[in-house]
Design a protein around this ligand. Structure first.
Ligand code: GTP
Ligand code: MG
Length: 306
C-alpha cells in the first residue's frame, strides 16, 4: 500500500511538471501538448503494470511447489509441560510462554530453503487437536513431539510453581519419599490425561505419509539434577535413564501405535530436555531440520499442495 501511495505521489508530481511545462510555452501546438502528456501516461502505465506484474508473480509463487516446502511440527502435551516455552526457546516469534495458551497457535520461522511451522495448543484441551487442526497443517506434519514434565504449573493448593526455585522448594518439602511420590504422580498424570483413546484420536488426525518423527521429550530435567540426593539410588548412577524409565509405560503406548499403522513410523526417540537451561533443545531442533532437508532431497517432488 505504502508503495502505491509513493507511486501515485510521483504521478501527481510528473503531471504537475507537465502542466507547468505546457503553461510555459507561449502558443503550444498539438504535438507539444501530446508530448507533455507522455510522461504521466508512462508513469500511470508503470504503476498499473508493476501492480499486475506483482500479482502475476505472486500467483506463480502460489502455484509453485517451492512455496510448499514447509516442515510442520506439532507439540503435544498436557497443560504446563513446557510446549510454549520450547517454542520460545527455539526462537519462534510471538510466543507467550508465561501463561497458558488459550487457542491453537501457529508459529512460523524461516530456515534457509523452507519454512518451519510450529503448532502449539492449549494443553488442558486435547480436543483442540482433533477439532481445530486445519487439514492444510495436518497433512504436512513431519514431526509430532510429545512434551511431558516432572512437575505441574501449580501445587495441590493452586499455588503457582512457575520458577525453578518455587518448583524445587515444593518438591523438596517433606521426606525424600514424598519428593519421589510427587514426581511419580506427575508422571502418571500425563499418561492418564491422554489415555489410549486420546493417543489414538490424535494419531487418527495427524497420521500421514509425511509424518516421519515421533519424539517423546521429558522436560524440566534441571529439577531432577538438583534433586538427585532426594531420589532413589538409581538416579545418582544414571539420572537420565532413571527418569526415562518412569515414563516407559506411557511412551510404549505411543510407540505401539506408531508401529501398528500401515506405514510404521521408524524414527521414535526419547530424550530429556530442560527448556530453561537449554539442555538438548538445540540438538533436537537441528535434528528435525536436518532430517527434513534429507526428506526434501528424496521426496520433495511429491510435496503436497495447500
Ligand atoms: N524448571 C523448569 N521449568 C520450566 C521448564 N520449561 C518450562 N518451565 C516452566 O513450566 C511452565 C509451563 O510452561 P508453558 O510453556 O507455558 O507450558 P505449556 O505446555 O505451553 O502449557 P499450556 O499452554 O497450558 O498447554 C512455565 O512456568 C515455565 O516457566 C524447564 O525446563 N525447567
Ligand atoms: Mg502453551
Amino acid at each position: 500500500m505504502k508503495r502505491k501511495v509513493f507511486f501515485y505521489t510521483g504521478l501527481a508530481i510528473v503531471t504537475m511538471l507537465c502542466v507547468w511545462f505546457i503553461a510555459s510555452i507561449p502558443n503550444p501546438n498539438l504535438v507539444q501538448v501530446l508530448a507533455a502528456l507522455i510522461p504521466p501516461i508512462i508513469v500511470g502505465i508503470f504503476i498499473e503494470y508493476t501492480q499486475r506484474l506483482r500479482d502475476k508473480l505472486y500467483m506463480l509463487l502460489e502455484k509453485s511447489p517451492f512455496k510448499n516446502k514447509n516442515c510442520t511440527i506439532l507439540l503435544i502435551g498436557s497443560a504446563g509441560s513446557g510446549k510454549s516455552s520450547l517454542a520460545n526457546c527455539w526462537g519462534f516469534p510471538d510466543v507467550n510462554s508465561t501463561t497458558t495458551t488459550d487457542s491453537f497457535q501457529t508459529y512460523i520461522k524461516s530456515e534457509k530453503d523452507f519454512k518451519i511451522t510450529l503448532l502449539d495448543y492449549r494443553g488442558q484441551d486435547l480436543t483442540q487437536i482433533t477439532t481445530e487442526l486445519d487439514s492444510k497443517y495436518r497433512e504436512n506434519i513431519f514431526a509430532a513431539i510429545f512434551v511431558v514434565d516432572v512437575v505441574a504449573r501449580e501445587d495441590e493448593n493452586k499455588n503457582p510453581l512457575l520458577t525453578p526455585d518455587q518448583q524445587i522448594k515444593w518438591l523438596s518439602y517433606g521426606s525424600d519419599d514424598e519428593t519421589y511420590k510427587k514426581i511419580k504422580n506427575r508422571v502418571y498424570a500425563h499418561s492418564d490425561f491422554f489415555g489410549i483413546a486420546g493417543i489414538q484420536g490424535i494419531f487418527n488426525v495427524i497420521y500421514s505419509l509425511k509424518l516421519r518423527h515421533v519424539m517423546f521429550l521429558i522436560n524440566k530435567y534441571d529439577l531432577i539434577e538438583k534433586l538427585l540426593d532426594k531420589l532413589p539410588d538409581s538416579y545418582i548412577s544414571d539420572p537420565e535413564e532413571s527418569i526415562k524409565k518412569e515414563f516407559s509405560d506411557f511412551q510404549n503406548k505411543i510407540w505401539q501405535f506408531c508401529k501398528n499403522v500401515d506405514y510404521p513410523i521408524r524414527n521414535l526417540t526419547i530424550d530429556v530436555i530442560s527448556v530453561s537451561r537449554g539442555t538438548n533443545t538445540n540438538k533436537i531442533y537441528a535434528k528435525i531440520v536436518d532430517d527434513y532437508k534429507k526428506w526434501l532431497d528424496k521426496y520433495g517432488w511429491v510435496e503436497e499442495r495447500d
